[in-house]
Design a protein around this ligand. Sequence first.
Ligand code: FA5
Length: 341
Amino acid sequence: MKELENIKELFTTAIANVKTNDELNVVRTDFLGKSGHLTTCMKLIKDLSAEEKKAFGQEVNTLKVFVSESIDSKKIELENKAIEEELASMPRVDLTTPNSGESGSLHPVTIIQERLINIFRGMGFAIEDGNEVETEYNNFEAVNIPKFHPARDMQDTFYLDNGQVLKTHTSASQNRIMRKYGAPLKAIFPGRCFRNEELDASHENTFFQMEGIMIDKDISISNLIYFMKTMLSEVFEREVNVRLRPGFFPFVEPGFELDCSCPYCGGKGCRVCKHSGWIELCPCGMIHPNVLEMGGIDPEEYTGFAFGLGLSRLVMMTYGFKDIRNLNSKDLKVLEQTRIK
Ligand code: FA5
């Protein structure tokens, strides 16, 4: 019937022009909807003879099936096209590319820091994190360095406009950690420190330290020596000896500089230890009663030790870096150096 042929032609052109789902929905409504072409053309049936009605009905049905199947396959075609476009816009990874053998590596400071964390975790120490921007109180006053104390001159400091400071040493976190845990307490807290330094091969303005404190009843210098010796023997993977020399830090009394027997020559003397057999490694001491008190811990009841390991310097020694500035240099050779080990 002419009417149906016209509808089919109209539909074929309309579906061929469809580019989006919205356009497809419009075509569906135009042909299959309540007032669509196929529904309205059924109204013609009432003027037909009984025989024509049957044939017409069949033709309309056939056209309806054709229209809905065409709409369904157009829908699938649009979906596939959308997936293809999304895939084409994604970065391509060729999983069959042969591996170059190159692999990434952690930064040497991270490697040694992780090793230290594992050692201390094994000895029951909590691992804490400190702020990089600190209050002047935490960085100085809380560790017994009041305003105008000459010891402030030992650490040339970056002050911020709001009066806070870039942490000059990890000791700045002692007060917060003592207040957080109270006594007894065993914690280490590695962190980045900043000082306005005259730069050279062993001085950076940004470097890492790792602080440790242990506070309990009857803690003595023997405990300090034991933990330092155990830590350093594990770090260097061989038995080392330690010795203490007097050192001054306002937050410990007595204070020490701890030397470690050279792990490279076993104490005989070599280039690394400048032929002395000893390496200066870690200032430490018994926590000053004022510092315990400011941390909310009764110094009559508790004693403790603290140490401040120069982590960046330890990394230099472990991997044989001659200049500390390499560690912050972004030079990939730094990472390659640790990959060999
Ligand atoms: C301190 O910072 C004390 N807070 C350490 C301490 C903690 C003592 C607890 C007693 C008890 P000192 O300024 O010496 O101390 O620094 C400690 C270590 O950090 C040094 O031995 C050194 O290894 C490292 N260090 C200091 N300044 C720099 C720098 N500019 N660049 C690289 N490493 C540095």
